[in-house]
Design a protein. Structure first.
Length: 215
């Protein structure tokens, strides 16, 4: 089975909303007929920052060979287009869940804000970002990027990873897209370890924490 990426063809799933673009174009034409050139230029500059479509309470599923692989939920979705790039914005946050072929949750990400850049094939999520994987590891940070081209997730911000027996903090993080194999670049915090009679080894709090992620 081919490797499923985070890239969602959202525009195809909400074509009906694209009628908003036609309304915007009509408004520009009407405005041009009634106002002088300077006013039209000012309106055009403002229009670059207006969405061409908007969707509320947006939900979508991505399937592969008839099986659900991703579920995306967002209170609001906006699409912007300009000469530099086109992107989707989720100003009120997102919830993204990845499933395996057995419908088991592989990973999930929630954040208070997100943006998808079409040209660069990159996602940015920020503000109260919480990501989890199938092993029960929980990542907390304020900004996280996902590169569709490279298939990895990364940040240069402060991160905290909570896992059974450990509480790891540091600066910088990199992982594969399933959050299975990760690495903290500069570990900073202490670790709480549950010690039993069978294992008295304690990790070095100054080591480069990794979960077998290959750079």
């Amino acid at each position: 089975m081919k490797r499923q990426r985070f890239a969602f063809n959202l525009l195809n799933k909400i074509k009906a909303i694209c009628a908003a673009a036609l309304i915007t174009g009509t408004a520009i034409l009407f405005f041009a007929c009634e106002n002088n050139i300077e006013q039209v230029k000012a309106f055009s500059l403002t229009e670059d920052h207006l969405p061409i479509l908007e969707a509320l309470n947006f939900e979508t599923m991505v399937t592969d060979s008839g099986k659900i692989r991703y579920f995306l939920k967002a209170p609001k979705l906006l699409r912007f287009e300009n000469e530099r790039d086109a992107y989707f914005e989720f100003p009120e946050g997102i919830e993204l869940i990845q499933y395996d072929e057995n419908k088991e949750v592989v990973s999930s990400i929630t954040a208070n804000y997100a943006k998808q850049f079409e040209k660069d094939k990159k996602w940015e999520v920020k503000n109260n970002v919480i990501a989890t994987n199938a092993q029960g590891d929980t990542l907390k940070t304020e900004q996280l990027f996902y590169s569709e081209l490279e298939g990895n997730i990364y940040t240069d911000e402060f991160v905290r990873i909570i896992r059974p027996g450990q509480n790891i903090t540091g600066i910088g993080f990199k992982s594969d897209q399933t959050l299975q194999n990760w690495k903290i670049k500069e570990p900073k915090g202490s670790i709480d370890v549950i010690i039993d009679n069978q294992n008295t080894n304690q990790p070095n709090p100054n080591e480069d924490f990794t979960n077998d992620f290959d750079d």
